[in-house]
Design a protein around this ligand. Structure first.
Ligand code: COA
Length: 259
């Protein structure tokens, strides 16, 4: 697949998807969002990929939805655009393979929303986060009003949403919006090392953890625990469980096959 607005690189079982419109600070136009959907679907379907890193080319991660497209939208076009983006972002969130946002720079509006849809966000010390939609007279459209309070709490989320202020990586980390902050020149190495640590674990276990967290957060504690015990039971039917436990008993590294 050839992309116009992304690059995709696969190495060491890690697919690195880079949003590549640096002259527009990687603003998400409709075409880029559609390509992100194709790229994450392809990574999920590719047996040689075990984890996904999402980043941006140049000085931005993603500086938001492309305002030049939003400016002329009708209400129904806006609703359809929001739903299309939400559908694509949800693919990153429900991916059975870990998705990690390597936040290299501006992560604003749709960029912050895209990072939040990933399982983890590792920020460069040059990254900036924010939901500036209110400054444009709109609300977030790609899940920001929902994921931000779930991630950092109601008050902190409303502060960012209602002020539209940008915060730096240290503050994002303090709030729990960024999971770690690393020096800019080490960002990709650190994120690849994190992905590699995950890839040493059983892929079915990774998928199970993601599924348990995703579904559990959308339901009651009791129901979430039932989801967990069902997955715990299911994983016990796998060769990977037998291998993981036998490897521990044999005092050797496990070799997982995803079966
Ligand atoms: N949509 C469309 N184009 C965007 C964009 C966006 N969200 N963000 C940046 N760009 C474009 C700029 O229009 C500019 O294009 P040009 O060179 O053709 O004029 C280019 O990217 C560089 O941006 P610029 O504003 O010149 O860089 P800066 O360093 O002065 O400011 C930002 C950086 C991120 C503070 C500023 O670009 C900005 O506020 N962007 C919008 C953020 C936003 O509101 N996002 C939410 C959208 S819903």
């Amino acid at each position: 697949m050839t992309y116009s607005n992304l690059t995709v690189d696969i190495a060491d079982r890690i697919a690195t998807i880079t949003v590549n419109r640096p002259d527009k600070l990687n603003a998400l136009n409709d075409a880029t969002i559609a390509e992100l959907g194709v790229a994450i679907d392809a990574a999920i379907a590719n047996d040689s990929v075990g984890a996904v890193i999402l980043t941006g080319a140049g000085r931005a991660f993603v500086a938001g939805a492309d305002i030049s497209e939003l400016a002329s939208q009708s209400p129904l076009e806006a609703q359809a655009r929001a739903r299309a983006g939400q559908t694509v972002f949800r693919k990153f969130e429900t991916s059975p393979k870990p998705t990690i946002a390597a936040v290299n720079g501006f992560s604003l509006g749709g960029g912050c929303e895209l990072a939040m849809a990933c399982h983890l966000r590792i920020a460069s010390d040059k990254a900036k986060f924010g939901q500036p939609e209110a400054k444009l007279g709109i609300v977030p459209g790609f899940g920001g009003s929902q994921r931000l309070p779930r991630l950092i709490g109601r008050g902190a989320a409303l502060k960012l949403l209602l002020t539209g202020d940008m915060i730096d990586a240290t503050e994002a980390h303090r709030l729990g919006l960024a999971d770690d902050v690393v020096p800019a020149d080490q960002l990709m190495d650190r994120v690849r090392a994190l992905a590699t640590t995950m890839l040493a674990n059983g892929p079915l276990a990774l998928a199970g953890c993601i599924d348990a967290v995703n579904r559990g957060l959308d339901t009651s504690l009791e129901e979430g625990c039932r989801i967990e015990s069902d997955l715990f039971g299911l994983l016990s039917a796998t060769a990977d469980m037998r291998e993981g436990m036998q490897a521990f008993l044999d005092k050797r590294p496990a070799t997982f096959t995803g079966r």
